[in-house]
Design a protein. Structure first.
Length: 191
């Protein structure tokens, strides 16, 4: 008998798969109804735990984030008259909510940039919104001439004080203060 090499690792983690591994294995000599009932009880506990965790996540994280995104989306006109710049007063998981809400509310023009404060550095980020939740391409990336620049070099190029960086792809940049990040987003809209 030759050596069997598995070329792919099994990473299936959906509930149906996890439930199927709880039934007695066909090689197990004990195929009794009692053993099957015990496996069923374990599967019920697993499903119940996952359901409660899903409810907890949606109540504590998903729904509050959606409310924050909705509020910021509806007040974006107060940030910039273009309506293309949104500001979060605190970071939350926003991307999927933004796409859903823009679609549901028929928002025009679409948001191009989102500003939020980085929790660690306390500097501000200017993030270009992607064209779709699962795409890296931006609706309007930060200007090409800014990309890869940092600090004073970037501030000189943009004419905006306090610049920290712009990523090589232009999907995100930073400024030391909110006003600087907002200036960066406004200048990027004009490019």
């Amino acid at each position: 008998m030759g050596l069997v090499v598995l070329s792919e690792r099994v990473t299936d983690s959906n509930y149906t798969y996890r439930d199927s591994v709880r039934v007695p294995d066909w090689t197990d000599p004990d195929q009794s109804p009692e053993k099957e009932n015990m496996a069923f009880q374990q599967a019920m506990m697993l499903a119940g735990g996952e359901f409660l965790e899903s409810v907890r996540f949606h109540v504590k994280s998903w729904l509050p984030a959606r409310s924050i995104v909705m509020e910021c989306l509806l007040s974006r006109g107060n940030v910039d008259p273009s309506g293309e710049i949104m500001v979060f007063d605190r970071f939350c998981p926003w991307k999927l909510h933004l796409f859903e809400l823009e679609d549901e509310l028929k928002i025009e023009p679409l948001t191009k940039y989102v500003l939020y404060q980085d929790e660690r550095s306390k500097s501000w980020r200017v993030q270009a919104v992607s064209v779709a939740p699962d795409r890296f391409e931006s609706r309007k990336a930060l200007p090409e001439k800014w990309r890869g620049m940092r600090d004073d070099e970037l501030s000189q190029e943009t004419g905006i004080l306090g610049c920290v960086f712009v990523h090589m792809s232009g999907f995100i940049g930073g400024n030391k203060i909110y006003e600087g990040a907002l200036e960066m987003a406004r200048a990027a809209l004009k490019c």
